[in-house]
Design a binder for this molecule. Structure first.
Ligand SMILES: [Zn+2]
Length: 573
């Protein structure tokens, strides 16, 4: 799942402007509320029972997960490890009897990055081993470098003056200590009946004036832009002053859990910026080749260790550290790849139509991307394997898609959707909704296959089992999904919510009006421990939850393939 610092992760459909909203269409039975749903195909109990049995007794989901995480390891987009995962998943699905398994290129994305060697410790006044990880795409240090450690925490523009000429070759701590509070809440909690009931009663998001939908005031926009500009300014200043290594404190977590993402690039900020969105777009991303000259080697430190170093400096101690970051960029191929594979449809009239399922295969690099998102990949593969191994004959073609570049902005799925289905030009986002301006009306350009996709099902909220489905405001599909959840009540999946959820690949479909769904999942340790951290590893995966999710996904995908009609869509009016 994607997490952005400055752009909200809620569904894009939540910010669609007036005059461009998706509404329901369908063609069979009209409900009392006016929404329309086609007749629901319901698989016979015998088939659902076989799916459940295959998913529990012969499950491969944990073997798949272990290979992706333990054997292949972290899968940063552009890296040789992700390419290996692309190829391994392609070959595995072929071995299972699936067809047309292949890699599909998108891009250019940029360069890959692989850590080759890393070591960091305090060496004076005495040795202190440290829990630390380099940030993705950080440049290498020139061998192991030893330097003084200094604290850099300017609060005002005037404060920068105090640091001028004092940072050359220094190892720089980038902020004050982050105070830790006692962990008085459990790291993991399953959704309660109360929470699920509340979700089930949530209104259609299109009917709700969300607070975010109200245009930001000029002051708020200015503030947002300022904080962005300040971050860029700090990086540029440190670059100019010749700091040798940057260290930040893990933004969350404690007890050895560190959250680590991409390196900070020093940016050129034009004077008198007014267009925040344009400014963001102009920023160089760390995976771009040109970023290398604009980055200082950098790493993230565990909070307890970081805080101690800050306190020692504040006590007047002189600290020296030795840091050795050796990483390799891969520039041979700037493209990135999604893996796709199919179970061909069997109905002469419907086999050209497609039901898709998937999750993203790329990860951050400090852990092994287990809950984010080898879990979703393994579950989607397993769902297809269940259908394939039972010899079920789907009427429509079932296509698994394992995305890349999700962590940098849903790139793999959005490029795939553009290549195959269509594109929304001028799609409004929160960042472009500048106050006092009239946005260009969005337009949708469709490809022929736009009419051939029934639905896309995504899993990317960690290891927690499925509790229901987010409908993204598609009320016409709700009765169908409600019927399909019936046989899984005893497995804890009961809830249909009209609400949107964001931050992951179903949005690439939803954005152009195609039915794209993310399942509701229990938040097992996701935000507290694993999501983008060094502890996102196989041991944090709950095997029973994974089996449950694969079984439900298999049943949803199979039944979608068997419907007389496609899943109803939200249409543009
Ligand atoms: Zn993520």
């Amino acid at each position: 799942m994607l997490k952005r610092k400055f752009l909200s992760v809620f569904a894009l459909s939540a910010v669609l402007l007036p005059g461009f909203t998706f509404a329901q269409t369908g063609s069979s039975t009209a409900s009392a509320t006016g929404s329309v749903a086609p007749a629901t195909y319901q698989a016979p109990k015998e088939i659902i029972d076989r799916i459940k049995e295959e998913g529990s007794k012969n499950s491969q989901v944990m073997q798949t997960l272990s290979y992706l995480t333990d054997v292949i390891g972290a899968r940063l987009t552009g890296s040789p490890a992700l390419k290996r995962a692309n190829e391994w998943t392609r070959d595995t699905m072929t071995k299972w009897g699936m067809q047309n398994a292949k890699l599909e290129a998108w891009g250019p994305f940029g360069r890959g990055w692989t850590l080759k060697n890393f070591d960091a410790q305090v060496v004076a006044p005495y040795n202190i081993p440290l829990i630390a990880y380099p940030k993705a795409w950080s440049p290498s240090t020139r061998g192991a470098l030893t330097a003084d450690v200094v604290l850099f925490n300017p609060k005002t523009d005037a404060d920068y003056e105090k640091y001028k000429g004092k940072l050359k070759d220094k190892i720089v701590l980038m902020s004050d200590a982050r105070p830790l509070k006692v962990e008085d809440k459990p790291l993991s909690a399953r959704m309660t009946d109360e929470e699920l009931t509340k979700m089930a009663g949530a209104p259609d998001p299109a009917s709700v004036q969300r607070p975010q939908q109200a245009a930001a005031t000029p002051e708020q926009m200015q503030q947002r832009m300022q904080s962005f500009v300040q971050g860029a300014k700090r990086a540029s200043f440190l670059m100019q002053e010749g700091a040798s290594v940057l260290i930040d404190v893990s933004r969350g977590g404690s007890g050895g859990t560190i959250f680590v993402q991409g390196a900070t690039v020093s940016q050129t900020i034009p004077a008198n910026v007014t267009d925040f969105a344009a400014l963001r777009r102009s920023f160089v991303q760390p995976q771009q080749k040109e970023a290398e000259a604009k980055m200082i080697p950098q790493m993230t430190l565990a909070a307890e260790h970081y805080n101690r170093l800050v306190r020692m400096l504040n006590q007047g101690e002189n600290l020296k550290m030795t840091v050795n970051i050796q990483a390799e960029y891969s520039d041979a191929d700037p493209m990135a790849y999604n893996t796709v594979a199919e179970i061909p449809g069997s109905d002469p009239k419907l086999k050209d139509e497609v039901v898709m399922l998937g999750g993203h295969m790329d990860s951050w690099h400090a852990g092994t991307g287990a809950t984010d998102n080898a879990a979703g990949v393994s579950v989607a593969m397993e769902a297809a394997r269940i259908i394939q191994s039972l010899g079920l004959k789907p009427r429509r073609t079932i296509r698994v898609a394992l995305w890349s570049g999700e962590e940098q902005g849903l790139f793999g799925s959005s490029n795939y959707v553009t290549q195959h289905f269509g594109e929304m030009q001028n799609a409004p986002t929160r960042a472009t909704a500048a106050p006092g301006t009239t946005p260009t009306p969005p337009t949708l350009t469709k490809k022929p296959d736009y009419e051939k996709l029934s639905a896309y099902y995504n899993l990317d909220n960690g290891t927690g089992k499925i509790r229901g489905v987010y409908m993204q405001g598609n009320s016409a599909a709700a009765p169908i999904f409600r019927t399909w959840l019936e046989p899984f009540k005893d497995m804890g999946a009961t809830t249909i919510t009209l609400s949107n959820t964001g931050g992951t690949d179903h949005q690439s479909f939803d954005k152009i009006g195609l039915p794209g769904f993310q399942f509701i999942q229990d938040g097992i340790e996701y935000d507290t421990r694993t999501h983008h951290s060094n502890q996102d590893v196989f041991d944090r995966i709950q095997s029973d939850d994974m089996k449950q999710a694969a079984t439900i996904m298999a049943a949803f995908v199979y039944q979608t393939s068997m419907m007389d009609e496609k899943i109803p869509r939200k249409t543009i009016k």
